[in-house]
Design a protein around this ligand. Structure first.
Ligand code: AHM
Ligand code: MG
Length: 336
């Protein structure tokens, strides 16, 4: 059977929308090209000298890996020239990334994590690029941070590329979730997972249980619930934790389950956990909701959180609806 390419699918959607100008399709196509280049670099990582650390510390206080820096550079270089963006924000850059005046400007804002799960790079575990696309709220002038700090509910598109045993792109524009697999022989993403639906309830929980002693009571109760057997009427969930958000999320999206990165008391400077709202939680929350799942910070929908700063962190409970609601119920109980 002939499979359609991601570009063909984008064009079908564009034609179905009479107001479409083609700019959004071009934007995603540019991003896809950037991701193909990142994928190529990731694939040859063991062969050339791009593993290891650069010696720098990023805005998150984390050591920068060479491949992180390379992926960030590739995406910024291509997307600055696309003529479709008015600004970008990356997990690796402290401030908004402006579009230099010599390049054309557009209405869209791209927020991204260039290489999520980068601590796994050196040991050949799947990693990914996460993206979120917003439309600016003012018509012209320099982009203000207020224009970038929009709730996740305002995303125009979101998704991720996963560099695994094969490279995949999974995205939504608010019309379901579609997965494409890169066919390296032709260099095209082909539709392999149309209209992905996450099971209502899964059999897997994913969390870094090594932090147990730093958790609050609701988190301990939630994790204990997923491990418990309920007098043998209910089987315990299996624990699967890769430590690479895109990979853990992708597995649960296809097979069901819950991923949790709760707040913990390890570092008083990071009271809300490790994951970032704008470039990690929001895009994955949009994808999971479009696939029939749920995402919460323990109290409210991720997509309803009002951001107050670009690099703000949030607890994250994301995956199959029943499992996320179950985890959140322990926080509700405490706050009742
Ligand atoms: P990164 O974006 O710097 O790679 O950090 C985020 C990653 C996620 O991919 C993953 O879920 C998490 O960090 C793992 O953290 P931990 O090692 O604390 O479990
Ligand atoms: Mg990340």
């Amino acid at each position: 059977m002939r499979q359609i390419t991601v570009t063909e699918q984008l064009l079908i959607h564009q034609k179905a929308s009479p107001m479409a100008t083609g700019r959004f399709t071009r934007l995603l196509n540019e991003l896809i090209l950037a991701a193909k280049i990142v994928s190529r670099e990731v694939n040859k990582a063991g062969l050339v000298n791009i593993l290891g650390l650069t010696g720098d510390i990023n805005i998150q206080g984390e050591q920068v890996r060479k491949l992180d820096e390379m992926a960030n550079g590739i995406i910024i270089h291509r997307m600055q020239r696309a003529g479709l963006l008015c600004a970008m924000a990356s997990e690796e850059n402290a401030d908004l990334i402006e579009i230099p005046p010599q390049f054309a400007h557009g209405d869209y804002i791209l927020i991204f994590d260039p290489l999520d799960g980068s601590t796994n790079i050196d040991v050949n575990v799947s990693i990914g690029t996460i993206f979120s696309i917003l439309r600016r709220t003012h018509e012209e002038g320099p982009v203000s941070s207020e224009e970038v700090l929009q709730k996740g509910d305002h995303q125009v598109a979101a998704g991720y590329f996963i560099y695994g045993s094969s490279t995949m792109m999974v995205y939504t524009t608010g019309d379901g979730v579609h997965g494409f697999t890169l066919d390296p022989s032709v260099g095209e993403f082909l539709l392999s997972h149309p209209n992905i639906r996450i099971p209502e309830k899964g059999k897997v929980y994913s969390v870094n249980e090594g932090y147990w002693n730093y958790w609050d009571e609701p988190t301990k109760k939630a994790v204990s619930y997923f491990k418990s057997t309920d007098n043998k009427k209910r089987k315990p969930y299996s624990l699967r934790y890769i430590g690479s958000l895109v990979s853990d999320f992708h597995r649960n999206l296809l097979s069901g389950g819950i991923f949790m990165y709760p707040k913990d008391s390890r570092d008083p400077k990071k009271p809300s956990g490790k994951l970032r709202l704008m470039c990690e939680a929001n895009p994955l929350a949009y994808v999971v909701e479009q696939a029939g799942g749920a995402a919460s910070d323990g109290e409210k929908r991720i997509l309803e959180i009002e951001p107050y700063e670009l690099h703000q962190r949030t607890p994250l409970f994301i995956g199959s609806k029943e499992d996320v609601f179950k985890a959140v119920s322990f926080y509700r109980e405490q706050n009742a």
